[in-house]
Write a protein that binds this ligand. Structure first.
Ligand SMILES: C[S@@+](CC[C@H](N)C(=O)[O-])C[C@H]1O[C@@H](n2cnc3c(N)ncnc32)[C@H](O)[C@@H]1O
Length: 210
């Protein structure tokens, strides 16, 4: 046994075959394959969705569609997830991945900048938002997303422990680390929400709008 994560992986639900393929393809064919959710985080996302039982979900940052498919797995029949991806070069891969799933009817892909797309939704639209876009924009996007989240709804922010870099002084040009630090500090004093950080993978912050 190599690590606690290996042990966990051996004692949780299996990763569906399609997701295994999507994950493997990302590692082999894409430059930043590590950005994809994987087995453990995917099963956590599905479980959280089953616990929250949202009608409408928003995801920021689709990448290959791995996490959107995990969210879709947890949704009830009439529920749906909108997922926004800024990189139009990913569109073909994402649509192909979704088309291989029986859950594609629950997922709507929007190619665009979440900073703009989110503004187009009515306030209090979503029961759950999964934030997984550019870490530089986390705080700015969070403020927009919060108004689009229903009272009692949830936001899950990924990568909030940022490979442990949150414990170090960031380099002057490390805008991603600075973005995460700014977001985490802001959240701590944000009384509109309850929050807790799970030290899973790269850190998942669970936020509940009061
Ligand atoms: C970490 S990856 C997402 C991984 C995916 N959610 C998963 O778990 O499998 C981040 C993605 O966010 C996208 N992104 C970055 N900034 C964005 C923005 N402003 N609007 C929409 N997507 C954005 C990137 O192009 C990238 O594909």
């Amino acid at each position: 046994m190599d690590s606690i994560e290996d042990y966990i992986i051996q004692h949780i639900d299996d990763e569906p075959e399609l997701l295994k393929q999507i994950y493997r393809d990302a590692q082999v064919k894409l430059l930043h394959g590590g950005m994809s959710s994987g087995h453990l985080q995917g099963r956590i996302l599905k479980m959280l969705v089953q616990m929250i039982r949202p009608s409408r979900v928003l995801e920021i940052g689709t990448y290959t569609g791995y996490s959107a498919l995990c969210i879709a797995e947890g949704l009830e029949d009439d529920a749906s997830v909108d997922t926004i991806e800024i990189d139009d070069e990913m569109e073909e891969i994402i649509r192909d991945n979704f088309s291989r799933s029986s859950l594609s009817n629950r997922i709507k892909l929007i190619i665009g900048d979440a900073n703009e797309v989110v503004s187009e939704y009515d306030d209090s639209t979503f029961d759950l938002v999964f934030m997984d876009g550019n870490k530089r924009d986390y705080l700015q996007l969070y403020e927009k997303i919060l108004t689009k989240t229903k009272q009692g709804g949830f936001i899950i922010a990924d990568n909030t422990l940022w490979h442990g870099k949150i414990l170090e002084e960031p380099r002057s040009n490390d805008w991603q680390t600075k973005g995460i630090l700014e977001f985490n500090d802001h959240l701590k004093s944000d009384n509109r929400v309850e929050k807790v950080i799970l030290a899973v993978r790269d850190g998942l912050t669970l936020i509940r709008k009061k």
